[in-house]
Write a protein that binds this ligand. Structure first.
Ligand SMILES: *[C@@H]1O[C@H](CO)[C@@H](O)[C@H](O)[C@H]1NC(C)=O
Ligand SMILES: *[C@@H]1O[C@H](CO)[C@@H](O)[C@H](O)[C@H]1NC(C)=O
Length: 348
């Protein structure tokens, strides 16, 4: 009863309500100051990321020869066939005494009632009509890590929601990036969780697996929101599955204004030391063979086994156990004197 209500509420007013989609948990592979898409070959990149997915993740991942499914021996995501890597910035709480602590993350039950994540995020692949899955070597970036102006960010694609319930499985609000959702990170002691949504473009130029800014080879279709994306422009005619990242930042222990900075600055910042407008997501495609195309064609649903496409869902104990060591070793947990930022960068 509850589950079907949540599913309906989540996708009310969206075409996804009529069809199936993949929606699954990805636990943290590592929290590390690396970024093979934007800063390949570098350790101690300008800011910290959390990475999920296949364990072949490395600082270079040369698109011409890094075969993710062949090189990975496990994935921190539910589907065994998905050796892709997904990463985002991490959120920190800024205490009035000047120290910082990384905000813990939980899965979001949503239509499944429960998703078990050890940190990390939930990933969606939402088809709208016939879609063409990403090709080997494909990668892209959504959002801009340097953006500070909320009016320059499309709220329909990148947004935050104040979750007044202390339980992630108690659905709050309507479809993602609608209603009272904001581009900025909400700063309100009523928020027990902050849900962050990052929706990727769904239209591809059909030629380039990447582009210098990691964005120009793709474009958003008409409309916005978690509905698989609307019609594609003639410059980017190929319809892709819509990738959406959903992150639940559990701010329950920080929802106490007496702990917050007294200068009026936000108690929550991303690892670039800026707010919600700088939220961004990176994607490096790495599904085995044509498994993603089959998953879309055969209407595979949520995080369930899907024999028609050869998809196998693993148990949390298995995907939670897939981790890699930091390649830029530094302290990222506990109270930190300063954010892990700065020009410590060392070429590997
Ligand atoms: C800042 O506050 C936190 C939380 O109360 C505490 O654990 C930490 O020791 C404090 N640090 C400093 C430098 O006062
Ligand atoms: C969120 O954090 C609070 C405080 O630590 C904890 O009691 C609660 O169980 C957490 N919620 C989830 C869904 O893990």
């Amino acid at each position: 009863m509850w589950t079907s209500f949540a599913a309906l509420a989540l996708f009310a007013h969206s075409t996804a309500a009529q069809g199936n989609m993949l929606r699954f948990a990805c636990s943290q592979l590592v929290v590390d100051r690396v970024d093979p898409l934007v800063n390949p070959g570098m350790i101690y990149t300008p800011h910290l990321h959390q990475i999920v997915g296949g364990n072949s993740f490395s600082i270079t991942m040369d698109p011409t020869n890094h075969d993710l499914p062949a090189k990975s021996t496990c994935t921190s995501c539910s589907f065994k066939e998905d050796l892709s890597n997904y990463w985002t910035a991490v959120m920190f709480f800024k205490h009035k005494n000047g120290t910082y602590k990384r905000v813990p993350q939980v899965g979001n039950g949503g239509p499944q009632g429960k998703l078990v994540n050890k940190g990390g995020l939930d990933v969606y692949y939402i088809p709208s009509g016939k879609v063409t899955a990403f090709k080997k070597g494909f990668r892209m970036l959504a959002g801009n890590a340097a953006e500070t102006n909320p009016s320059k960010v499309a709220k329909g694609n990148i947004c935050h929601r104040c979750w007044t319930s202390p339980n992630e499985d108690q659905f709050v609000g309507s479809a993602p990036c609608t209603g009272t959702d904001t581009v900025d990170i909400p700063a309100d002691p009523k928020c027990k969780m902050i849900r962050q949504t990052i929706i990727f473009p769904t239209c591809w130029d059909g030629k380039n697996l990447d582009s210098p800014d990691h964005k120009s080879h793709v474009a958003y279709g008409q409309g916005s929101g978690a509905n698989g994306g609307g019609a594609c422009p003639s410059t980017h005619p190929v319809k892709l599955p819509q990738i959406m990242y959903e992150l639940m930042w559990n701010v329950t222990t920080f929802a106490d204004k007496s702990l917050w900075p007294t200068d009026g600055s936000s108690p929550f910042v991303y690892s670039m030391n800026v707010g919600g407008p700088a939220a961004h997501g990176d994607y490096v495609f790495g599904w085995k063979d044509n498994s993603l195309q089959l998953a879309m064609d055969k209407n595979c649903n949520l995080n369930r086994d899907c024999p028609a496409a050869g998809l196998h869902a693993s148990q949390p104990a298995e995907y939670n156990a897939c981790t890699v060591p930091q390649q830029a070793p530094e302290e990222v947990d506990g109270w930190l004197k300063a954010l892990p930022l700065g020009d410590k960068a060392v070429k590997a």
